[in-house]
Design a binder for this molecule. Structure first.
Ligand code: HEC
Ligand code: HEC
Ligand code: HEC
Ligand code: HEC
Length: 207
């Protein structure tokens, strides 16, 4: 049972990574060819993330701990409530079990925290492609010069990636000495109330 189950899983992953990279799988260790980007996408570098992490280097603690892959409620220092994948994956879908300073992509490739987009792209292939070409995400500066773009995790929390809705900001204040000339919303006549049955519309009747 077990070898067949894992074979089917591997085959599925192979089909998946094929769809993402558009290249055929090889017989290397992982069994998959590296994803090497889209050659027709404009060149870019990614704003690094590693130095932004409060817990990095992870090995400062994990070096002295036995890795524990069991799914459980985590205690201090990471009380993470994983709201990603609807219970279908755990920390080690993205974090390397035996080298906590590294991430891991769906094809088994080791990835640094600065290249987290390669982890995201393993499951969000189309969004990842959009990001390569500039249709998703954001450039740090310059629309024209060197292309430096934000990583996925600059905007999305990897553990709870949906961006929360927020209230729109208040309209800016009026400069002193000026009157705000907005119509009183309570006196407003709705567009459908403006045209009554006996009043022909501006276009006239089409009879
Ligand atoms: C200050 C010490 C400390 C640092 C730094 C730290 N961890 Fe941990 N980590 C812990 C402790 C303690 C646990 C066990 C928590 C529990 O069992 O409830 C843990 C558990 C985990 C687990 C759950 C699996 C396991 O092996 O127990 C993951 C995944 C994890 N840490 C990832 C990271 C990552 C990624 C970093 C770096 C970005 C990091 N940790 C940095 C202390 C630390
Ligand atoms: C979907 C992939 C994914 C999963 C699942 C995931 N992580 Fe992460 N985690 C990341 C990425 C990517 C980062 C780097 C975030 C960044 O750049 O801000 C990260 C960052 C961290 C950090 C460092 C946070 C900091 O600011 O120092 C810790 C600790 C951590 N993860 C622990 C865990 C634990 C524990 C679990 C399981 C409960 C888990 N992660 C599940 C992808 C994931
Ligand atoms: C192992 C596969 C996997 C990886 C790796 C992964 N995701 Fe996801 N992601 C999912 C699945 C499955 C869902 C849909 C279930 C859910 O809403 O949690 C999802 C949901 C999301 C959503 C919300 C989409 C929606 O329609 O509500 C965002 C945003 C997102 N992921 C961003 C990321 C980012 C950023 C990363 C990299 C740090 C990442 N994901 C890595 C599988 C993955
Ligand atoms: C500059 C910020 C930014 C960057 C960088 C970014 N995203 Fe997003 N992403 C957003 C915003 C804003 C939305 C729309 C939020 C929403 O509708 O919930 C979004 C939406 C998404 C969604 C769909 C969520 C939904 O609800 O439909 C996914 C999946 C996603 N992003 C994944 C990624 C991945 C993967 C990367 C990196 C390759 C990435 N994003 C990079 C800001 C960003």
């Amino acid at each position: 049972m077990e070898p067949i189950g894992s074979f089917v899983r591997l085959a599925l992953i192979a089909v998946f990574s094929l769809a993402i990279s558009g290249v055929a799988a090889t017989e290397e260790n992982t069994g998959f060819e590296e994803f090497s980007g889209y050659s027709d996408a404009p060149a870019f570098s990614v704003v690094p993330r590693q130095d932004e992490l409060a817990f990095y280097p992870c090995s400062q603690c994990h070096e002295f701990m036995e890795p524990d892959a069991s799914v459980r409620e985590l205690m201090s220092p990471h009380e993470i409530d994983l709201k990603h994948g609807q219970g279908r994956f755990w920390c080690f879908s993205c974090h390397q079990l035996d080298d906590r300073d590294q991430l891991v992509a769906t094809n088994g490739r080791q990835v640094s925290f600065n290249d987290a987009h390669l982890v995201c792209g393993g499951c969000h292939g189309l969004r990842h492609k959009d990001w390569y070409f500039g249709a998703h995400g954001k450039r740090q500066t310059d629309w024209k010069g060197e292309r430096v773009i934000y990583s996925c995790t600059n905007c999305h929390d990897a553990h709870n990636p949906v961006i929360a809705p927020r209230k729109p900001m208040q309209a800016p204040g009026v400069r002193t000495g000026l009157e705000r000339a907005l119509p009183d919303v309570h006196d407003r006549v709705e567009v459908w109330e403006r045209h009554t049955e006996d009043e022909p519309s501006e276009q006239g009747d089409h009879e």
